[in-house]
Design a protein around this ligand. Structure first.
Ligand code: C2O
Ligand code: CU
Ligand code: CU
Length: 478
């Protein structure tokens, strides 16, 4: 795949000049019309997280709001996004799940210099895939994400699927203190070596959710995105049968999820098509029951009293057109294996620590809680560590990920989407491509991708505490 097929030669030159350095906004090269231009300022602000009138929480924002503005881009059309840093610390923006040139990937110290306070950086890319993505910082990730920096990124299909409404729920989990402000203590050793910083307030699109108003008979496309630091979710729509049409932005064979549960780990997205077949005036709970014994009602689907929009569910296909992902050549694949190691012994789904106390791996590098194949890259990551492995350009990588720990890990790869082949030896149906794959304790996952995009790419757990504490590595494509 040619990632800059929309750019002329001179455009590439321009891109090279901009890449890798934070440039001041005044240096922004002038260019005539065509390119879609966006502007986002990162700055402290206030948000009505708990939905109580007159109360607000100090947060960090994109353009003054939490979550940040929904970026709606067009598949195959270039965009230029200027990020202005109004924080007192360095930041970057990572376009999670978008296959883009390495220099636009937003990893400080690896793909670019950090964006210093009071400076700007211009990201330019052409999204090759339509779907549901998101954006977030990759600097001081635990704190910046935990203070609210996250926004939805939707790349529109040329021909969208026929629905009455296209909705998005960006889910965030906050740890608030008794005064309603964000609790300190980011990166505690306990969070780092156990479940991560799971919070106590869950918001949908920035506010503690009240009811969601729906109309009988309508068909909605609902884009679910879990932008939490650490909270896994498993959503059930009582009385409804959601059909999964895409995972992590990539269309799959439409199917109803096992047990009706939509398992959504941090950074994952699931697009569902929901036929609202409840009775006018009825109410149906949406329940998250991921953690044993801690199920709660996230929100309710509240049906309008009006007569159904139509008598029968819409008779139209729900499958989305495939994205132009390169097909893995499994017969000639290069095999690589990574092992996830460390954490507190015992593990489990927030059930506390069973068994022995102490770190799983003695002698872990520099006191990090986690490691990948014995190496711990911590903090925001950096170029200083040798890549875990190097792939020839265009090779198919058949990657095995083994979770040797007692904890859950949503493992995320930058720059690629991976076809998930098997979980614990059993084939994964529905042709699912994912950029973030959730591993239960002791799970083994096999997946494959074509290394068509050169550069150094991150591979890490998206539980932010785990990422910062060593569950992160780099792979290189030559
Ligand atoms: Cu969504 Cu490296 O992250
Ligand atoms: Cu990413
Ligand atoms: Cu993890």
């Amino acid at each position: 795949m040619n990632y800059d097929f929309h750019y002329s030669i001179s455009r590439r030159g321009l891109l090279a000049a901009v890449a890798g350095a934070a440039v001041s906004a005044s240096l922004r090269p002038a260019r005539a019309s065509a390119v879609d231009q966006r502007q986002i300022k990162v700055a402290p602000g206030q948000a009505p997280l708990n939905g109580v009138d007159g109360q607000s929480t100090a947060v960090w924002t994109y353009n003054g709001i939490v979550p940040g503005p929904a970026l709606r881009l067009r598949q195959g059309e270039p965009v230029r996004i200027t990020i202005e840093n109004g924080l007192d610390e360095d930041t970057t923006v990572h376009w999670h799940g978008i296959r883009l040139p390495n220099a636009m990937d937003g990893v400080p110290g690896l793909t670019q210099s950090p964006i210093k306070p009071e400076t700007s950086f211009i990201y330019e890319f052409t999204p090759p895939d339509a779907g549901t993505f998101w954006y977030h910082p990759h600097a001081d990730s635990l704190v910046q994400l935990g203070r609210g920096l996250a926004g939805p990124l939707i790349v529109e299909e040329a021909e969208p699927v026929a629905v009455d409404r296209d909705l998005l729920w960006l889910l965030q989990d906050w740890r608030l203190a008794a005064d309603g402000q964000i609790a300190g203590g980011f990166g505690s050793a306990m969070d780092a070596s156990m479940s991560g910083r799971v919070g106590n307030l869950i918001t949908i699109n920035g506010t503690a959710p009240g009811d969601q108003n729906v109309r009988a008979g309508e068909r909605v496309r609902l884009r679910l995105a879990n932008a939490s630091l650490a909270r896994m979710m498993a959503l059930r729509f009582e009385g409804h049968r959601p059909v999964v049409v895409a995972v992590d932005g990539q269309p799959c064979d439409p199917h109803e999820p096992e047990d009706g549960r939509l398992v959504l780990a941090p950074a994952m997205r699931i697009d569902i098509v929901l036929d609202l077949q409840g009775d006018p005036g009825s109410s149906h709970a949406v329940i998250d029951d991921f953690y044993d014994g801690l199920a709660y009602t996230l929100t309710n689907l509240a049906y309008d009293k009006a007569a159904p929009l139509r008598a029968h569910p819409l008779d139209a296909p729900v499958g989305l057109p495939r994205n132009p992902l390169p097909a893995p050549d499994l017969a000639n694949a290069v095999h690589q294996e990574i092992m996830l190691q460390g954490g507190m012994m015992g593990g489990g789904k927030l059930k506390g620590v069973g068994g022995m106390m102490g770190m799983g791996m003695p002698g872990m590098n520099g006191g990090a809680a986690w490691a990948i194949n014995g190496m711990s890259m911590t903090g925001d990551g950096h170029a200083g560590m040798a890549p875990q492995f190097t792939l020839e350009r265009s090779a198919t990588c058949h990657l095995t990920i083994r979770n040797e720990t007692a904890w859950w890990h949503p493992m995320h790869i930058h720059g690629f989407s991976m076809l998930v082949l098997s979980r614990n030896g059993a084939a994964v149906p529905h042709r699912q491509w994912q950029d973030t794959v959730l591993l239960a304790p002791k799970d083994t996952i096999e997946c494959a991708f074509v290394a068509d995009n050169p550069g150094d790419w991150m591979l890490h757990c998206h539980v932010a505490d785990h990422q910062m504490a060593g569950l992160m590595t780099v792979l290189r494509v030559k």
